[in-house]
Design a binder for this molecule. Structure first.
Ligand code: PBG
Length: 326
C-alpha cells in the first residue's frame, strides 16, 4: 500500500464530492428573522451599529414579514420599542402597545405561513432598561416581575402570537407564563420558545441602540456568567420542566459548546440566537475589507447548525434565504 494509506482529501476533490458528503445544510425554514418595530415611526430608521438593520414602522414591518413568509423562513421574532417608557414597562401589557399591535399586524399579513414570535421581556418598555421591575433599592424584583410577564404573555397571545420568547431570565418565568396562557385559553395554540441559556454578554451592545435602551449598569444579577457552561444546562433543564417547547442558547458563536451539550442532552428542539454583536462584528470587518462577508455569514450559520441548533435566529435570515434559493 502506498503512503499515506488514508487520504481524506479524496472527499474534498471537487464541489460535487464536497456537496455529496456535506453533513450540515442550511435551509430557509430553519431561520428566524428578529425585527424591531418602533411606535410612531413614519419611515424605517437605520440602526447605525447594525448596518442593514432597521427600526421598522408598522408599515415597513408588514412588508418585511410578508417578504420573510415569501422566502420560506421559519419564523419572525418581534421586538417593540414604545414611544414612552416607564418604571413598570406598561407598554408591554397594553393591548394598544406597539409590540401587541405589531404582532396583530404581522399575523394579519402572514396568517399561519410564518411562525409569529414575540420577545417577552420588559427591557424595551422600562425607562430604567432592566428586564424586570425594580425594588426601591434598585435591585430587580424576581417575583413581582413574574406577574408582569404572565400578563404580557396573555396580551401577546391575544394579539395573535403563535409563540412567545421569554428572555428576561427571572426564575420561574416559563412556569408562570405557561400557567397564564393555559388559563386564558391558549393551552393548545401558543407555545414557548424559552431563552434557556442566556449569558450576560458584551455582544448585546448594538441591541441597546436598536431598542433605544437607557440601561445603565449591566444584567449580571439575572443573566448568566460567561464562565459557566453547567449553569446554562441547568437553566435549560428547568425551562423544559416548567413547560418550554423549544429552548434557545444566546449568544450563539461564543457559546457553541453550550449548544452542543444541550443538543446532546435534551430532546426538545434547540435554537440559537446569533445576536446583534455577532452581526456587527462580521459586517464591520467586511466593511473594512478584512473578511469575505458572504462566506463569513454562511460559515457562522453553518457552525451554529453543526453545533446542534436546528433553529437559528439571525438578522441575515432573509438575505441568506434568498442566497440559498438562488
Ligand atoms: C431582552 C433581549 C436582549 C436581546 C434579545 N432579547 C437584550 C439583553 O438581554 O440584554 C439581545 C438581542 C441581540 O443582541 O441581538 N429583551
Amino acid at each position: 500500500m502506498s503512503f499515506p494509506a488514508h487520504r481524506p482529501r479524496r472527499l474534498r476533490v471537487n464541489p460535487a464530492v464536497r456537496r455529496l458528503v456535506g453533513e450540515t445544510r442550511l435551509h430557509p425554514s430553519d431561520l428566524v428573522l428578529p425585527v424591531f418595530v418602533k411606535e410612531g415611526l413614519a419611515e424605517p430608521h437605520p440602526i447605525s451599529s447594525m448596518p442593514g438593520v432597521y427600526q421598522h414602522s408598522r408599515e415597513s414591518l408588514r412588508k418585511a414579514a410578508s417578504e420573510a413568509a415569501g422566502l420560506g423562513l421559519g419564523g419572525i421574532m418581534l421586538f417593540g420599542i414604545p414611544a414612552a417608557k416607564d418604571a413598570e414597562g406598561s407598554g408591554a401589557t397594553d393591548p394598544d402597545g406597539i409590540l401587541n399591535v405589531a404582532v396583530a399586524d404581522v399575523r394579519a399579513e402572514v396568517g399561519d405561513d410564518l411562525v409569529v414570535m414575540a420577545d417577552l421581556c420588559l427591557d424595551e418598555f422600562t425607562d430604567h432598561g432592566h428586564c424586570g421591575v425594580l425594588r426601591p433599592d434598585g435591585s430587580v424584583d424576581n417575583d413581582a416581575t413574574l406577574q408582569r410577564y404572565a400578563d404580557m404573555g396573555v396580551a401577546l397571545a391575544q394579539a395573535g402570537a403563535h409563540m412567545v420568547g421569554p428572555s428576561g431570565m427571572m426564575d420561574g418565568q416559563v412556569a408562570v407564563i405557561r400557567k397564564a396562557l393555559d388559563s386564558s385559553g391558549f393551552a393548545e395554540s401558543v407555545s414557548i420558545l424559552a431563552y434557556g441559556a442566556k449569558y450576560a454578554s458584551a455582544f448585546y451592545g448594538p441591541f441597546r441602540e436598536a431598542v433605544d435602551s437607557s440601561l445603565e449598569g449591566d444584567r449580571r444579577t439575572y443573566q448568566q456568567d460567561p464562565a459557566n457552561g453547567r449553569d446554562g444546562l441547568r437553566e435549560i433543564e428547568l425551562d423544559i420542566a416548567e413547560g418550554a417547547d423549544i429552548v434557545m442558547v444566546k449568544p450563539a458563536m461564543s457559546y457553541l459548546d453550550v449548544v452542543a451539550r444541550a443538543a446532546d442532552r435534551f430532546d426538545v428542539p434547540i435554537a440559537a440566537y446569533q445576536i446583534s454583536g455577532e452581526y456587527a462584528m462580521i459586517e464591520g470587518a467586511a466593511a473594512n475589507g478584512w473578511i469575505d462577508r458572504d462566506r463569513a455569514i454562511l460559515e457562522s450559520l453553518l457552525s451554529i447548525r453543526r453545533a446542534g441548533a436546528s433553529i437559528i435566529l439571525t438578522y441575515w435570515a432573509s438575505e441568506v434565504a434568498q442566497t440559498l434559493r438562488s
